[in-house]
Design a protein around this ligand. Structure first.
Ligand SMILES: [Zn+2]
Ligand SMILES: [Zn+2]
Length: 398
């Protein structure tokens, strides 16, 4: 068996041996024939191989081939690296004994695997929408719940906090669920009720760079009158101050938050079967009704279709979906998630809502927060395979 000097030199001093802990792509290969095992880690920057490391268990030829493979590929564009062949590796080593050619084959193949892994991972990163429920009325026993809503949206490299619950529970649950609120680029406030805005000041203290997206009517006084009991249900003072002190963008009109993610702003009320869902007023004497013009939804154009996120849907689920399809020109909606405020809704209104889900061929339905048991049961009955639970801790990929 004759190894060239080049093979022996690379075998004695292998280049780039090691591991990259935060690699962008990883590939593993093994040969049953000779028992060689190779694992490769790559780091990619601007579509070029910024770093390659490997660990190898094998003969001198396998070690030398890996070492040479890294020398040939380092710094090159991914397109060029994908074309790197086993012959090129063997040639660069001045040739290999015939029965050792499979070693060069392994080295080239494992690199291609790592690149495929990188391509796959970045496609997943760019495309999927992950929604984690941080605050909701329901939770499994190990984590806290309260009447309120907060959802964590991950879309590509964007992180959006949608509503903030009613208390500091958001901060505790985020920690518990390993969600880093300091990464939030945007905080969307669906409307100015206390159960969506209570955690706002805490989050901004932690993450002052996050931009708040809110309708101007959200910061107005808000009251409810139930069984002749009057309650102030608007934003807590600290949240109102936070809107003043940090960067806030008013969203009366539709607004693109980032590529693929849009806020509806104020939602037109077009039908006569949807109301705001309760006895809400702008004054303490409960004289002037609060039409909750501040209510807004968020929608994402995902590869699977449109995803619509509600806070409480005080404008009405049907009004909201009609508006989103009008804005986007789409006639289908892939998923809906959030509070749908059908607690006090008539059966007729629930039926109309179901009809809208049918019309738009909604595939995933995640009712939570203020949707109400009656409506949720009805949705489950009509769409048993499409409804999903989104209590605290639920993490769903859409
Ligand atoms: Zn509300
Ligand atoms: Zn609510």
């Amino acid at each position: 068996m004759q190894y060239t000097d080049k093979v022996l030199e690379h075998f004695m001093n292998p280049r780039n041996i090691g591991e990259i802990p935060d690699a962008d792509g990883v590939g593993t290969i093994g040969s049953e024939e000779c028992g060689d095992m190779i694992q490769v880690w790559i780091k990619v920057s601007d579509e070029h191989l910024a770093d390659i490391k490997y660990k190898v268990f094998g003969c001198p030829a396998a070690i030398a081939c890996c070492s040479m493979m890294t020398e040939l590929a380092m710094g090159k564009h991914l397109d060029d690296v994908s074309e790197l062949t086993d012959e090129q590796v063997a040639d660069a080593l001045g040739g290999l004994p015939v029965h050792k050619y499979h070693c060069s084959n392994l080295a080239a193949s494992v690199l291609h695997k790592a690149i495929m892994n990188y391509v796959f991972k970045s496609a997943v990163k760019a495309n999927t929408v992950t929604i984690t429920t941080l605050v909701d009325n329901n939770a499994s026993e190990s984590i806290g719940a309260e009447h309120g809503l907060s959802l964590w949206l991950e879309y590509g490299d964007k992180r959006i906090l949608f509503d903030t619950g009613q208390s500091d529970l958001l901060m505790r649950n985020a920690k518990e669920l390993s969600v880093n609120l300091a990464e939030a680029d945007a905080i969307v406030i669906s409307h100015g009720h206390y159960d969506h805005t209570g955690g706002l000041s805490d989050v901004l203290e932690l993450n002052p760079r996050a931009v708040i997206y809110i309708h101007p009517a959200a910061i107005k006084s808000k009251y409810s009158c139930k069984d002749s009991k009057i309650r102030s249900i608007g934003m807590p003072e600290a949240a109102k101050q936070a809107v003043k002190n940090y960067k806030a963008i008013w969203t009366e009109k539709p607004l693109q938050l980032c590529n693929g993610v849009t806020l509806t702003g104020q939602i037109p009320r077009k039908n006569d079967f949807e109301d705001v869902g309760g006895a809400f007023f702008v004054d303490e004497s409960c004289y002037t009704p609060d039409n909750l013009l501040d209510d807004q939804a968020l929608f994402i154009k995902s590869p699977n279709g449109l995803i619509v996120v509600f806070g409480c849907a005080h404008s009405g689920v049907v009004n909201t979906l009609n508006y989103v399809t009008k804005l986007t020109g789409q006639d289908r909606i892939y998923a809906v998630i959030g509070g749908m405020h059908l607690l006090n809704a008539s059966l007729e209104r629930i039926e109309y809502t179901i009809e809208a889900f049918r019309q738009y061929q909604v595939q995933k339905i995640g009712p939570c927060h203020c949707t109400g048991v009656k409506a949720i049961e009805k949705f489950k009955e009509v769409f048993p395979d499409r409804c999903f639970i989104c209590s605290v801790g639920t993490r769903i990929n859409l």
